[in-house]
Design a protein around this ligand. Sequence first.
Ligand code: CA
Length: 227
Amino acid sequence: MATVLVVEDERDIRDLLRRYLERAGHVVLTAGTGAEALRMLEDGAPDLVLLDLGLPDIDGFDVLRTATRFVVPVIALTARSTVEDRIQGLEQGADDYVTKPFSPREVVLRVAAVLSRHQGAESRDEESYGGGRLAIDSARHAARLDGAELDLTPTEWGVLTSLAAMPGRVLSRAELVNRVRGYEFAGYERTIDSHVKNLRRKLGGDGASIVETVLGVGYRLGLPHDR
Ligand code: CA
């Protein structure tokens, strides 16, 4: 059983998918717009997103990029059936692709296949830093420092995992905003500092040496990646 977020502006299709997925034992969340989908992704990562790429408000690819940043697998649903769209979707991180009109039973089977593939790949996905001091488990969306679980907001999680993806490398505020939010967000570059401050507080006494400030440039992870 998994939590599946269905992002689709056509109510009939949304309801049809909900019915079939619930029958297969999943918990189903639905969003009718891209903005709603982004909010739901940030509020709590679902296990999988079924994503209509043709949304009324924003480009479905924006939602796709956000989902992949949260390490949530995506099956793209689309009326676009050209090879270019398919390739673009897969390149941007979609795990699978279904072209409308589709059979809901086939979608349910693909959901099961992507979930098992993803869980298999993610279970060996814990990365550790600084000789095991910091551990980041993307599958569980969890981080621990010195064995204690950190209670992070989605933005703090995004900052920490973005820095940890490139240990030792400095990321500017603009780069961090881009990685964490994926799209331009007015005034956000200044508020990234307050998220860093909160993240450091949660990291305790060594917070400022784990998330280091590089004056005039940005931030970097101060712990080496364990190999
Ligand atoms: Ca649509």
